[in-house]
Design a protein around this ligand. Structure first.
Ligand code: PEP
Length: 256
């Protein structure tokens, strides 16, 4: 982390877990044990039906609520989809885009890019996820692959908008598997992402953008990962479902 130049953001991704009632229970417990100081930003990205309960519960706090996806179109005949302006109106601040689990369902780089542009136009903070498979890592093409995903995801994003974004490096082989990238592996890719942003937008913007690591981050490994200068936070799946574990990770970020 480098607090002098950029925000540290700890964000939870609940995926398809918890009902609205369970959301309320989680938030009430979380609020009682949440650290009071304000070193890092905290976000919880929850299933769409849980957004109202999450927003209501966290209204008086500094925790931002987010969604896990949005549609690239403004409105229309897209049954089952949710537009960015609906998320804003519901009280969301963040939206996760291009998560590998959605890419595995067929989401393309072009679609992710269109969603990033729409989210930014509507004032949401997109958390753009990128990551390689184990096979890509083993064939030595991790950095090329991630660079391609970054360039494609940021295509057409203006300089004044990129500052609002978060990029999350999430090696696919580490998500939900219990296998964490070593701090060295995670740091190497996050540094390479910053270099790509520097080539695209210049040194000042590259220095100010928040780059998270995600992939089995938990209380036991968070401090080491967050100590890396180019890792500015975490995108956390499993450990964000338990208030005390999520708080432990926030505390690890606050201590660095
Ligand atoms: C994720 O879903 O983005 C994630 C990183 O999950 P986990 O922490 O469970 O690996």
């Amino acid at each position: 982390m480098n607090r002098k130049y950029r925000k540290t953001v700890i964000a939870g991704n609940w995926k398809m877990n918890k009902t609205p009632s369970e959301t309320k229970a989680f938030m009430n417990e979380f609020k009682t044990i949440m650290p009071k100081g304000r070193w890092c930003d905290v976000a919880l990205c929850v299933p769409a039906v849980c957004i109202p309960a999450a927003v209501r519960a966290m209204r008086e706090t500094r925790v931002g609520i987010g969604a896990e996806n949005c549609n690239a179109n403004a409105s229309g005949a897209y049954t089952g989809e949710i537009a960015a302006n609906m998320l804003v109106d519901a009280g969301c601040k963040y939206v996760i885009l291009g998560h590998s689990e959605r890419r595995a369902m067929g989401e393309t780089d072009a679609e992710v890019n269109a969603k990033v542009l729409t989210a930014l136009e509507n004032g949401l903070v997109p958390i753009l996820c990128v990551g390689e498979t184990l096979e890509q890592r083993e064939t030595g093409i991790t950095n090329e692959w991630i660079t391609m995903q970054i360039k494609s995801g940021l295509n057409g994003v203006a300089e004044d908008k990129i500052r609002k974004m978060i990029i999350a490096y999430e090696p696919i082989w580490a998500i939900g598997t219990g296998k964490t990238a070593t701090a060295e592996q995670a740091a190497e890719v996050c540094t390479s992402i910053r270099t790509t942003v520097r080539h695209l937008y210049g040194a000042r913007i590259a220095r100010s953008i928040t780059i998270q690591y995600g992939g089995s981050m938990k209380p036991g490994n968070a401090a080491e990962l967050l100590a890396q200068p180019d890792i500015d936070g975490g995108l956390i799946g499993g450990a964000a479902l338990k208030p005390e574990q999520f708080v432990d990770i926030i505390n690890a970020a606050n201590q660095e």
